[in-house]
Design a protein around this ligand. Structure first.
Ligand SMILES: Nc1ncnc2c1ncn2[C@@H]1O[C@H](COP(=O)(O)OP(=O)(O)OP(=O)(O)O)[C@@H](O)[C@H]1O
Ligand SMILES: [Mg+2]
Length: 427
């Protein structure tokens, strides 16, 4: 090496923050750089020509012997990472001479020859503490992240569970609320069917009297008199009317009950092809009692194909929209139901002529527990659950509202559901 270059190299070694020790082939110390002096607290002049293992007895390990053997026999560079051994030689001070906690070392042991061809060894000692620390920090961060991930997964699972519970309890609450209305709806026809029956019982009694007197009457005239007296003609025409009315009443009760059955389908939570108009009509039947005093219903149904959905859940969304619409109407208004489709999507619309929703409220209506209704009247879950039901169906829910004019909700549903995505590792 030309003089200038070797001077540069020597200067570099003197200044570098890596320990450099040069040993002869018998592992006697020839030189080390100031980094070693500072960090070991040892004097180079006293250490020269000493065996490395005399100056640093801690280096006398099978591990070091192996390193030497490999470097000697194969002329190889031998690395150790801090992981193999916390340190090869003890360096109790840092680069500016302050005591340090144990330094974590990586080493490189390399054979080389000097200008005269004599074998020498270089031992390079790096401080790996920072690397280790940052690695440890990184590991800790990764661990923490993993933990957070697990926590989040658990939270998600909990949320899903709560969501289903909410769905269930909202459904129960809705059914409870409806039960009162339905009871009223059923009470009415049952009431007049019952009173008709009583009247009919009276008529039957009178008719029996007339028929019985066929045997006992002295004359046809007496029979005719009884007939007139018991208003047979009136009984005849009224009985027909009463029976017709009672049949209507029973029909109405049957219809409400079958609608309720259709509506709830509590055990049936599977996606299946379904007629949305039928669902809408069923739901209307069920909430009729809530609505009929508040609004006339206008149906502007388009053509709809069968749609893959969970009908009971879509009914629940529709019910909530219908009840909200009727609540928004102060005196008496109109609720318009529309439907249609666009390529692979169908939509259902519920529009009311109610109070409308002010812009600052509009932003919040899908929040769980957000309600403007008096305490005890609204739970504020209706739209939040409707939203999550629509999400589950890969659909969406849109709203537009004008204050004082009314509100329109539109549900969008894909005609068929996208194929289920496999969840990872069956979790
Ligand atoms: N058609 C509508 N017209 C006017 N305001 C509406 C309409 N629909 C919803 N809102 C507003 O959105 C709020 C939230 O509705 P949501 O259905 O989530 O809860 P709620 O009806 O108050 O209570 P719940 O449905 O749980 O009984 C309502 O309190 C109301 O202020
Ligand atoms: Mg509601």
């Amino acid at each position: 090496m030309p003089l200038r270059q070797s001077q540069l190299a020597a200067a570099l070694i003197e200044h570098i923050e890596i320990g450099v020790i040069i040993l002869d082939s018998a592992l006697r110390i020839q030189h080390w750089n100031p980094f070693i002096s500072r960090c070991s607290g040892k004097n180079l002049d006293l250490a020269r020509q000493q065996l490395l293992t005399s100056a640093f007895p801690e280096a006398e390990t099978p591990r070091f012997e192996q390193m030497v053997a490999r470097a000697r026999e194969h002329g190889e560079h031998v690395y150790t990472l801090w992981r193999d051994n916390p340190y090869l030689i003890q360096l109790p001070y840092d680069a500016v001479g302050n005591p340090t906690p144990l330094m974590l070392q990586s080493t490189l042991f390399l054979p080389f020859r000097d200008q005269d061809g004599q074998r020498l060894f270089g031992l390079l000692v790096y401080d790996a503490t920072d690397v280790v620390r940052s690695k440890e920090e990184l590991n800790a961060a990764v661990d923490a992240l993993n933990e957070k991930q697990v926590e989040q997964d658990q939270l998600l699972k909990k949320l899903e569970k709560i969501n289903t519970q909410l769905l269930q309890s909202e459904k129960l609450a809705a059914i409870g609320q409806l039960a009162a209305g339905v009871a009223h709806e059923i009470n009415n026809p049952i009431g007049y069917v019952f009173s008709n029956l009583k009247t009919l019982a009276g008529y039957v009694h009178d008719l029996f009297r007339i028929i019985d007197s066929v045997d006992t009457a002295a004359s046809l005239e007496e029979l005719r008199h009884l007939k007139r007296q018991l208003e047979y003609d009136y009984i005849r025409s009224d009985a027909d009317a009463l029976i017709g009315e009672s049949e209507d009443g029973i029909d109405r009760v049957k219809k409400i009950i079958s609608s309720l059955k259709d509506f709830s389908h509590v055990d049936d939570e599977e996606f299946r092809l379904s007629d949305l108009h039928r669902g809408l009509d069923t739901t209307l039947n069920v909430v009729n009692n809530e609505i009929k005093y508040k609004a006339e219903i206008v149906k502007e149904y388009g053509d709809l194909p069968q749609v893959e959905c969970i009908p009971s859940q879509i009914n629940q969304v529709l019910m909530n929209l219908l009840v909200n619409a009727s609540h928004s109407i102060e005196e008496f208004g109109r609720i318009t139901l529309r439907s249609g489709y666009d390529n692979d999507w169908v939509w259902l619309e519920v529009e009311d002529t109610g109070s409308g929703i002010p812009p600052h409220t509009l932003k919040r209506i899908f929040e769980p527990f957000f309600t403007t209704k008096p305490v005890g009247q609204g739970t504020g879950l209706g739209l939040a659950l409707s939203y999550s039901i629509m999400q589950k169906h890969h659909g969406s829910i849109e709203v537009s509202s004008e204050l004082g004019q009314g509100t329109r909700f539109r549900l969008w549903l894909p005609i068929s559901q996208p194929p289920a995505v496999e969840t990872e590792s069956g979790s």
